[in-house]
Design a protein around this ligand. Structure first.
Ligand code: GLU
Length: 328
């Protein structure tokens, strides 16, 4: 393989974390510079040229519009740089699925874009960061990686942005795919795809907006206070996602409040607080009558990202919105 050139965009997270003192637990994310990480990759003898840019040095719980806008811009700029083969984004794991999905929905699938993080800081015993980073570089420089949309590389596996979710708080094997499992297995020296690219020549599905509207998540639980819906609407929510029980359920008074929100022009998507499974239309709840959208395979954080983009793109018809939640 020739020396591919990879654009590396750093945002922070545990992959750049330090301070655990080898065996300690406490550490600060975003401490290791991207230049230090690139130097380690060079020292490993991996045949790649890394062009690094620091976008931020934060824990991904603090990521938001400024960083997303910069990432999107920086990736789009590589479209006109024929020498750049792919893009690697270093990112905290807490919200990696949100950033990956947001970019996946708004970028053409021309060059591989790979998000990577770590569960253990750089100076911890058994740190997974440099291995994950080397794996991400392995994916981004692979000739067969383009046309698969944005991907997340963690724990020697490659996931599609639409499938990936963080499923464990501390274990290095922290990520899962739903409804699909991984797209492939990767190590620093090997890469096995389980099938051909499914998004070859795909253009951006939704336009990158000037800003993202406020969309809030309503967490459902037994005995919940239905007043939370009005509180969110009064706080400026322009869309709501229900993190419902089971198949996207909520107590009757909450469903009433959500249906009232729909009638006042605020779209509502029903998702589930359950880790895996579909939320389909019109099973226990009459979505057609109440005007809800069903999140299908998307969990609440991803349903929120998609709803934000749909609102920002001026899409408000329920059938049209549902079609976007049905697609993958
Ligand atoms: N909470 C931090 C973040 O998401 C650190 C956790 C991690 O990267 O795994 O950036």
């Amino acid at each position: 393989m020739t020396n591919a050139c990879i654009r590396v965009l750093a945002t922070g997270g545990t992959i750049a974390g330090r301070g655990a003192g080898g065996t300690g637990r406490a550490y600060a994310p975003g401490q290791v510079s991207i230049d230090e990480m690139a130097a380690e990759i060079r020292a490993l003898g991996i045949p790649v040229e890394l062009r690094a840019k620091a976008i931020a040095a934060i824990g991904s719980q603090d990521i938001g519009w400024r960083e997303w806008d910069e990432l999107h811009d920086a990736i789009l700029a590589t479209e006109n740089a024929p020498d750049i083969h792919g893009i690697v984004i270093t990112h905290g794991t807490d919200t990696a699925e949100e950033t990956a999905f947001l970019l996946d929905l708004t970028l053409p699938a021309t060059k591989p874009v790979v998000l990577v993080g770590a569960m253990r800081p750089a100076d911890a015993v058994g740190s997974d960061g440099m291995r994950n980073f080397a794996n991400a570089v392995r994916v981004a420089r692979d000739p067969d990686a383009a046309g698969r949309g944005v991907m997340v590389v963690m724990g020697d596996q490659v996931f599609a942005a639409s499938d990936v979710r963080k499923a464990r708080t501390t274990n290095v094997d922290a990520f899962r795919g739903f409804p699909r499992g991984p797209l492939g297995n990767v190590t620093p020296s090997s890469l096995d795809w389980f099938g051909p690219p499914d998004k070859l020549n795909r253009t951006a599905r939704l336009r990158w907006p000037h800003a993202l509207p406020q969309v809030d998540i309503v967490a459902a639980y037994a005995g919940m206070n239905p007043g939370v819906v009005d509180a969110l609407l009064n706080g400026g929510a322009r869309g709501l996602v229900l993190a419902g029980m089971g198949q996207g359920n909520a107590p009757a008074a909450v469903l009433d409040a959500l249906a009232t929100a729909v009638r006042s022009g605020v779209p509502v998507v029903r998702a589930s607080r359950v880790d895996q499974g579909y939320v389909d239309r019109n099973l226990e709840i009459d979505d057609d009558a109440l005007g809800f959208v069903a999140a299908r395979s998307f969990n609440p954080p991803k349903a929120r990202v998609l709803l934000q983009l749909l609102i920002a793109n001026g899409l408000s018809e329920i059938a049209e919105m549902q079609e976007h939640f049905d697609r993958r």
